[in-house]
Design a protein around this ligand. Structure first.
Ligand SMILES: C[S@@+](CC[C@H](N)C(=O)[O-])C[C@H]1O[C@@H](n2cnc3c(N)ncnc32)[C@H](O)[C@@H]1O
Length: 215
């Protein structure tokens, strides 16, 4: 994989220990609140899920694909820049007999995009906040979405700004190139609309915007 220092150092952060912990939590309690809201909004449009394909960018341990398979999803393509997360996700998919319906691509999505298929549903759950080039990530992922574009990212609130600054200071002290970002809602929304999508659902938690767009 050819990847920037940011993605390379993301491997330290999204490591095996964190991936195992997240999988254990998911198996015990189900998806986190913001992911649950995203899934509920996606499955409300059930005609889009049954028999559909998913492209889950930065899919992590794979909670979205696991939940949507239960609702009749046909195929999933999972792209992630963390080997540990992909390894854990793959093991769970094999355990559930879904390996022939799931494809894994390791690396920076923006670089892999030309070789990846389009899908009816594209998801970026808590991913755009881990990537420095917002326009590139949005443009390339929007080009892959045939019907639905679903994403979760942090709100521009003072306590989140403080958390992100402290987190980035910690990364700097550890000499890591990995950083997290708050992207303005208006900017994200206008890029998505410029690709012909309209906003279908907008929910908020204390930390996250949860958004579903449709074509
Ligand atoms: C905060 S985690 C979120 C994981 C999962 N979507 C969730 O909500 O639980 C961000 C994930 O995005 C991945 N990621 C970040 N930038 C990426 C990129 N450009 N291409 C592929 N994966 C990326 C990271 O490796 C990590 O697994």
């Amino acid at each position: 994989m050819s990847c920037c220092g940011h993605c390379r150092d993301a491997e330290d952060f999204f490591n095996e220990r964190t991936a195992k912990k997240e999988l254990r939590r998911y198996l015990r309690r189900g998806p986190d609140k913001s992911t649950r809201l995203l899934l509920e909004a996606i499955t409300r449009q059930s005609m889009h899920v049954h028999g559909a394909s998913l492209l889950d960018i930065g899919g992590g341990i794979g909670a979205i694909q696991l939940e949507l398979f239960k609702k009749g999803l046909d195929r999933s393509v999972n792209v992630d820049a963390s080997t540990a997360y992909q390894h854990i996700s793959k093991k769970e998919i094999i355990k559930r007999g879904l390996a022939d319906k799931t494809e894994y691509h390791f690396g920076d999505f923006t670089e892999l995009a030309p070789e990846l298929p389009s899908a009816e549903i594209v998801t970026l759950d808590r991913v755009i906040c881990c990537y420095p080039d917002l326009e590139k990530l949005l443009d390339r992922s929007l080009q892959k979405a045939k019907k639905m574009y679903a994403l979760v990212f942090p709100r521009e609130l003072f306590y989140i700004r403080i958390g992100i600054r402290l987190g980035n200071l910690w990364f700097r002290l550890r000499k890591s190139d990995f950083r997290t970002y708050i992207h303005p809602f208006q900017k994200v929304d206008s890029i998505i609309r410029s690709h012909g999508f309209t906003l279908n659902t907008h929910e908020k938690t204390l930390i996250w915007h949860v958004l579903i767009y449709e074509k």
